[in-house]
Design a protein. Structure first.
Length: 632
């Protein structure tokens, strides 16, 4: 994955330089295990830092006792050259405000050991990562928990609340990690450590300006210019390729890359031989339309079985999004073709209003606008009485609609949450439940949704998804899948200029009635093929339920994993048995998701601690720590 790691020993208890460099190399090893990135290191006055990355994505500078490390492709005053050196000077002049001057994708570390200070910062979309842990003598930090664990002071104790949050969200949302005492920076955040105390804050936050009305032609021209510049900034010395799913975002980037690159773009697509899951036809439409040099691969259930242990090993946190598997195979195909950097369309939905649930919530909003007397005195009593106890499809559907409309936001968005649907009392062991706060996930959602009260509903949902859907889920998925394949990822839709542009769009330009991405599609209607402009939102999901029913190898791996999970006393044995024996057969697509989530939790345990049968090819001895789950 590349990245940054190091420490500050403010108490002066650091090892000699030889031992410090050896320890630093051990911390950096997890960062370079898949791509053998060149490593730059510095050890100075009880401080140490390493940056591992390919050429152009790493900077390390020392001046007057200050160490500055940068990972990514940051810009300062529009330039990528000499950024670390300039940041050293800015630190002396402006302190923690220095990170405000940076733009682009980056993770920043400034070590000032003489003053006992550290500044960590992350870019405005969290396209990179940074984890930190306070310890008795100072601060540990790294781009991956695996690197923190390589330090003797790195905490190895698992956090029960984070395991619960994983089962709720299918990932561990920031700022928490799976380990007690380790925290993650979020988008636009910094951490300042000084005099034995760590203080975090926001140096940047998305500010929606909803009432800046401007002519469509002006907006369109500005949008197209920003889009082209954002793709152009990724060119550098890399051999570029583009993920091409056939959706609006990936198709747009493939087309723009053809223009700014001055040659047919190399595009890469994954398909599935399963009804309702394959979008290869749309990818081919885009490839023909833009004239890309197109490459395809169909992922099979055998491929999935082979990838599962590798996927579990590369993620430093439990991760249950099954689309990491096709993303990995797509990146691997590009790597085998000589590609070093892949363009991903992530961010387009969250900036321009592309997720299907935005339209669904707009329908609920119409019901909310009805007079309360009509709703509460007439419609609701009548409908609930008629629908109660009978299976008339339309009445039951209408009742479900009203039940959802009556829920407050953002709780309404979790109506179909698997853990809620099953009931956490039915899923989880009593002792485990007693050690966690079952209301914590909803509070996390509320914090993000109500961060800027008074916004339109669409922008509140976008703010929520910028964190939970994008920064906590989609970006780690693509980053880790690309790391496993040995390529880098870039996200042109998440350039600082594009973030600023989208924040100034009026709400109806993102969602007009129930029409998603209204401005985006209007601006690109002469660019994108008509079939892609009008296609339904699909996603990149695996046919997990279908293959669990049809493929013995995947079924055996999943059921063996769930059987082993029983011994950890997190999930109730009775629920696991019911899931395998009854629920999966009743509704493979729905219950198959929970099978996958539980399987990947157990696979993560196996790859990150001692586990019978763990493969030596996916987890080294140093990764096999005996991890204890902290309950209570």
């Amino acid at each position: 994955m590349s990245g940054i790691c190091g420490w500050l020993d403010a108490g002066g208890h650091g090892a000699d330089e030889v031992r410090a460099r050896d320890l630093l190399a051990r911390m950096a090893a997890p960062l370079t295990r898949y791509d053998d990135s060149p490593l730059q290191t510095r050890c100075d006055d009880g401080a140490a830092v390493a940056v591992a990355a390919q050429a152009g994505s790493a900077q390390l500078h020392r001046a007057d006792g200050v160490l500055v490390a940068l990972w990514g492709r940051p810009r300062l005053n529009g330039s990528e050259a000499g950024v670390a050196q300039a940041m050293a000077a800015l630190w002396r002049k402006r302190g923690i405000q220095a990170c405000v001057e940076l733009s682009g994708p980056f993770a920043l570390c400034i070590l000032d050991p003489r003053r006992g200070e550290v500044l960590l910062a992350l870019d405005r979309s969290a396209t990179q990562s940074m984890i930190y842990q306070e310890w008795a003598h100072g601060l540990l930090f790294a781009s991956s928990s695996d690197a923190v664990l390589a330090h003797p002071a790195g905490t190895r104790e698992l956090d029960a609340q984070s395991i619960y949050n994983y089962l709720y969200f299918h990932m561990v949302p920031a700022p928490a990690t799976i380990y007690r005492g380790q925290q993650r920076l979020q988008a636009g955040e910094y951490l300042h450590y000084r005099a034995g105390k760590a203080v975090g804050g926001k140096y940047w936050q998305m500010r929606f300006r909803e009432h800046e009305s401007r002519p469509f032609a002006e907006l369109k021209n500005q949008f197209i210019d920003i889009l082209h510049n954002s793709v152009r900034e990724t060119l550098g010395q890399h051999r570029l390729g583009a993920f091409l799913s056939g959706g609006t975002d990936s198709s747009t980037l493939a087309g723009v890359l053809c223009v700014v690159g001055g040659a047919p773009a190399r595009s890469y697509s994954i398909g599935f031989d399963a009804p309702g899951y394959d979008e290869m036809d749309y990818a081919r439409i885009a490839a023909r339309h833009f004239g890309t040099e197109h490459h395809e691969r169909y992922v099979t259930a055998d491929d999935v079985v082979a990838a599962i242990p590798r996927i579990a090993a590369v993620f430093d946190q439990p991760f249950g999004n099954a689309s990491a598997v096709p993303t990995y195979y797509c990146a691997q195909m590009a790597k085998n073709d000589g590609i070093t950097l892949m363009l991903g369309g992530d961010g387009g939905d969250e900036l321009f209003g592309g997720n299907q649930r935005y339209a669904r919530q707009a329908v609920f909003a119409r019901y909310e606008r009805l007079p309360s007397a009509l709703r509460q005195v007439v419609l609701e009593p009548l409908l609930f009485k008629l629908a109660s106890g009978q299976q008339q499809r339309l009445l039951c559907k209408a009742r479900s609609y009203i039940e959802q409309a009556l829920l407050p936001m953002p709780a309404r968005l979790e109506t179909y949450n698997l853990l809620q649907r099953y009931g956490h009392n039915q899923v989880l062991e009593a002792d485990f439940l007693a050690s966690i706060d079952a209301g914590a996930p909803l509070r996390l959602l509320n914090e993000a949704y109500w961060l800027a009260p008074g916004l339109s509903k669409i922008n509140q949902m976008l703010a929520l998804d910028l964190k939970f859907t994008l920064a906590d889920n989609d970006l780690p998925k693509v980053n880790k899948a690309c790391e496993l394949a040995g390529v880098e990822a870039a996200y042109p839709f998440l350039s600082d200029a594009m973030l600023a542009f989208s924040s100034r769009l009026e709400p109806h330009q993102k969602l007009r009635g129930t029409r998603l991405r209204y401005f985006f599609k209007q601006a690109l209607r002469d660019t994108l093929p008509r079939a892609i402009l009008h296609k339904k939102k699909h996603g990149f999901g695996l046919p997990v339920g279908h293959w669990l029913q049809q493929h013995a190898g995947l079924r055996n791996l999943a059921f063996d994993s769930l059987h082993d999970l029983k011994a950890r006393r997190i999930v109730r044995v009775e629920f696991i048995d019911a899931l395998m024996d009854r629920y999966l057969a009743e509704h493979p697509a729905y219950h198959g998701t929970m099978v996958w989530v539980l399987m990947m939790l157990e696979q993560w345990f196996c790859q990150h601690q001692a586990c019978k049968g763990a493969s030596d090819t996916t987890a080294s001895d140093e990764d096999h720590h005996a991890l204890e789950i902290r309950q209570g």
